[in-house]
Write a protein that binds this ligand. Structure first.
Ligand code: ASP
Length: 352
């Protein structure tokens, strides 16, 4: 009896944590940091190391939430917050400029458990557009808000606001001015509050532009309750005009999540992703045609998007933990991790 009691106490105190760990071993996370002409030999070793470190840091932030039993939505917000603050990515600080010299930010988030979703387009003073998208989902009657109205809602909701110059980076400014010169358009004034122009290395800026044509960030997460969520945040495309909005804030195009099929976040030339409804199309192939996630992703990206002349890629995840990525550009910043597994980070087309 005594031995039994000791065994029971041992099981309760020592074995339970392992059992819990096993219960929680089903979380998974997949992240992109944009797709484009990212090729070995064009990127300096330092720049490559910075991107790899940033992608690992993004995985760590998501892991911290999911390992503690947090929700997929919380993981997405935590991962994207870090990437929105990181000037390496075209989201939040480091976003590309419009032809008018502004940073107009788009984001969306979707909860696969409920099909609830929130999105914002064209915001210019919100530090974390992904959090505003989540506030739209959870605290308004609407799904998508844009421009000034979205910012009025942000202020009412106590979302962190920053001056527009917060988002300024020299490399994105230079990239926009080069695009406008190519298009023969007038250059806008440098934004108020932007730092004085320092000497810039045009070789580095040109390389940056080739490497990093896109740079949108996106995450799909599966939490230990079995719920999928997806989120995407971007500055859009360089030198965009007339209030242009891409696919990133459009549910079904740049972002989609449903526990019935999968979650997807996209990056690439948004005009094509909108017309093909890339994200929901992949999920529909999984749900209604019974395709596995990788085949569904490849059909839409490698076959259909490519046939239309579109470029970019996606990351995706199912409630059973299947992970896929697919892109038709030379590279895509990407990372994935599952509970108890090793982190995987890739940049170029020839690595997994
Ligand atoms: N898809 C984004 C857009 O078209 C751009 C990107 O992914 O970098 O706005």
């Amino acid at each position: 009896m005594k031995i039994k009691a000791i065994a029971a106490a041992f099981a309760a105190t020592v074995l339970t944590p392992f059992a819990m760990a096993e219960d929680q071993s089903d979380w998974a996370l997949v992240i992109h940091g944009g797709a484009g002409v990212i090729e070995r030999g064009q990127m300096t070793a330092e720049r490559e190391a910075e991107y790899r470190a940033a992608m690992h840091a993004a995985l760590d932030r998501g892991e911290a939430v999911l390992e503690a039993g947090g929700s997929a939505l919380d993981a997405i917000e935590a991962v994207i917050h870090g990437m929105e603050d990181d000037p390496l990515f075209n989201a939040g600080r480091g976003a590309v400029f419009t032809a008018a010299g502004r940073n107009e930010l788009d984001a969306s988030i979707m909860d696969g458990a409920t099909l609830n979703a929130g999105a914002v387009a064209g915001v210019t003073q919100v530090r974390h557009p992904i959090s505003l998208a989540r506030a739209v989902m959870e605290r308004s009657r609407h799904v998508m808000l844009q421009g000034e109205g979205a910012e009025t809602f942000a202020i009412e909701q106590g979302i962190e606001m920053v001056p527009p110059a917060w988002f300024f980076t020299e490399r994105r400014w230079a990239s926009m001015t080069r695009s406008l010169e190519r298009l023969g358009l007038d250059l806008p004034e440098r934004p108020e509050g932007a730092p004085e122009l320092q000497g810039v290395d045009h070789g580095t800026l040109e390389r940056d532009e080739r490497e990093h044509r896109f740079g949108t960030v996106g995450v799909v997460a599966l939490d230990s309750d079995g719920n999928i969520a997806a989120g995407t945040s971007t500055g859009g495309t360089t030198a965009k005009r007339w209030g242009r909005v891409g696919d990133s804030p459009i549910l079904g195009a740049g972002t989609y999540a449903s526990n019935a099929s999968c979650g997807v976040s996209a990056t690439g030339t948004g005009e094509y992703f909108i017309r093909l409804t890339v994200a929901s199309r992949i999920c529909a192939l999984v749900e209604f045609q019974g395709l596995n996630l990788q085949d569904a992703s490849d059909q839409v990206i490698q076959d259909e998007l490519t046939a239309m002349g579109g470029d970019g890629g996606i990351v995706a995840l199912t409630p059973s933990g299947e992970i896929a990525w697919s892109y038709n550009t030379p590279g895509m910043y990407r990372a994935r991790q599952t509970a108890g597994g090793d982190p995987v980070v890739g940049i170029y087309g020839d690595e997994d």
